[in-house]
Write a protein that binds this ligand. Structure first.
Ligand code: AMP
Length: 214
């Protein structure tokens, strides 16, 4: 099965994606994380991408296309793919469908985790990310055992530049403008699975599994 998981910032899609790939063994293609790693390299576009990301803007469809094309060719992709963080607009939606079609496959489901703007802002302002390994914590719902220190690698926890209020607002607007049309399109194509995201993590997970018929 190939699926995409979408939701506004703070919807918990990253957490759910990790649980899903753990349980079902799909290849996890998390574009945000891939791009954050890319900016740490001496890639010719690293500086430009970093600038866009820090402002909460999207990287170009060309860059994304390169990233996805490379990922999709990975060995593990044969077991199924979970797209996390893409498609963020209709062009990317078309691109993912095209890349899968070339492999004789399709995007079976689009999971949309729905939360209000207020909840999104509340959750995002308390999010902290490990600067070393990228693990995500939340001061309210998933605090680190020792404040400010990553449970896994002992790296420092920081608020990402794009988790600051101004950037969050921009990212939420972008979601409404660019990603909601993808969700509407998936609804028309009968691949949409809509999930209520303002529930405990475990309940949201069970709802996803149930709605996917797994
Ligand atoms: P995320 O971790 O998914 O919130 O992504 C962080 C940032 O990475 C976004 O604000 C964008 O700048 C960039 N990014 C991640 N995925 C995409 C995508 N599919 N298309 C364009 N930019 C992306």
């Amino acid at each position: 099965m190939n699926l995409a998981i979408l939701g506004p910032q703070g919807s918990g899609k990253g957490t759910q994606a990790e649980r899903l790939v753990d349980k079902f063994g799909w290849l996890h293609i998390e574009t945000g994380k891939i791009l954050r790693n890319l900016v740490k390299t001496n890639h010719p576009l690293a500086k430009d991408i970093n600038e866009l990301m820090n402002q909460g803007l999207l990287v170009s469809d060309e860059v994304l296309s390169q990233v996805l094309d490379e990922q999709i060719k990975k060995e593990g992709a044969k077991r199924g793919i979970l797209f996390d963080g893409s498609p963020r607009n209709l062009a990317q939606y078309g691109l993912i469908k095209k890349l899968l079609k070339e492999r004789g496959e399709k995007l079976d489901k689009v999971v949309y985790i729905k939360i209000s703007k207020e909840e999104s802002l509340r959750r995002m302002s308390s999010r902290r990310t490990c600067e070393r390994c990228g693990e995500v914590f939340n001061l309210l719902t998933n605090p680190a055992k020792i404040a400010g220190i990553c449970d896994t690698c002992k790296g420092q926890l920081r608020q990402r530049a794009d988790d600051q209020p101004e950037a969050i607002e921009k990212r939420l607007n972008k979601f409404r403008e660019a990603t909601i049309p993808v969700i509407e399109q998936a609804a028309k194509e009968k691949t949409l699975v809509e999930i209520e995201g303002e529930k405990p993590i475990e309940e949201v997970f069970n709802d996803i599994v149930k709605e996917l018929g797994l």
